[in-house]
Design a protein around this ligand. Structure first.
Ligand code: B12
Length: 214
């Protein structure tokens, strides 16, 4: 199958929520020697982005998006290990999680994949992560960066509370905090005393390297 056709079909399978097909095509794309990052950028992401657009236009509903999300997840599952080919962990250690009350994770999965591709060691705490869990894991793992994912205006203030807790517990001095997700901005990052906002998964890697000076 021609490279371009595989990527077009992969995008379509994510958009239509055909999870088995998405996984199969992601595997086939790798077998045909297509660059993992190209598969992500030109196959998987455009599919989920278009699904998001259809949601905004009220053409897709929850059930559609859930199917798309699963297709996205399964396709990424195939590609992700191949993005880890870099010198794993040499750029630094990142603990990441979606804040309490928020179950969105597709953006975070993307960020994890690109960070790993950028030779970061990534420890993903999952979704709906409580302040206590963040604090406990920071103490245990001692990462260079804490990544906070937040996808709804209603959960944004949770990030401010987490940063306050870090400051109160003396954990903030050697830890950089990077935030991301649809409602976040650099201004908001500054307002809540985070170090940086990552616009997208690639910006996240660039900024992570920049704040650590690697
Ligand atoms: C998919 C989706 C869902 C799926 C989630 C599936 C999943 N496994 O994640 C489902 C259907 C389950 C869902 C549920 C809900 N959703 Co929803 N969802 C979306 C949708 C359509 C797309 C989000 C997405 O995945 N985008 C694709 C990813 C790749 O993009 P991204 O998240 O922006 O991530 C990129 C960057 O932001 C950045 N990034 C992301 N994370 C991080 C982290 C760090 C550290 C950094 C540096 C960067 C970074 O890099 C990513 C890649 O480039 C958005 C609409 C939108 N425009 O975003 C609504 C949206 C986020 N959802 C919304 C809502 C309201 C809900 C529900 C409350 C709906 C309901 N009534 O039940 C529930 C919430 C449940 C909960 N408690 O969390 C609203 C939020 C509104 C608000 N208050 O702000 C949105 C904006 C839709 C809307 N316009 O109304 N949702």
């Amino acid at each position: 199958m021609a490279q371009n056709k595989i990527l077009v079909d992969l995008k379509k399978s994510v958009l239509e929520g055909d999870d088995d097909i998405a996984q199969e095509l992601a595997q086939k794309a790798l077998e045909q020697g297509i660059e993992p990052m190209l598969i992500v950028n030109q196959g998987i992401i455009p599919g989920i982005q278009e699904a998001g657009e259809l949601w905004k236009q009220n053409e897709y509903f929850h059930t559609d998006i859930i199917l798309c999300a699963e297709a996205f997840r399964l396709a990424m599952e195939v590609i992700e290990p191949r993005l880890e080919a870099g010198d794993r962990g040499s750029s630094g250690k990142v603990v990441i999680g979606t804040v309490a009350g928020d179950m969105h994770n597709l953006g975070k999965i993307m960020v994890n994949a690109t960070l790993r591709g950028g030779a970061f060691e990534v420890i993903d705490l999952g979704e709906d992560v409580s302040q206590d869990t963040f604090i406990e894991k920071i103490k245990e793992i001692n990462p260079d960066i804490l990544g906070l994912g937040c996808y709804m205006t209603t959960t944004m203030l949770e990030m401010r509370e987490i940063i306050k807790r870090l400051e109160k517990e003396g954990l903030r001095n050697n830890l950089k905090v990077m935030i991301g997700g649809v409602p976040c901005t650099q201004e908001f990052a500054e307002e809540i005393n985070a170090d940086v906002w990552g616009k997208d998964a690639f910006d996240a890697v660039e900024k992570a390297k920049k704040i650590l000076g690697v």
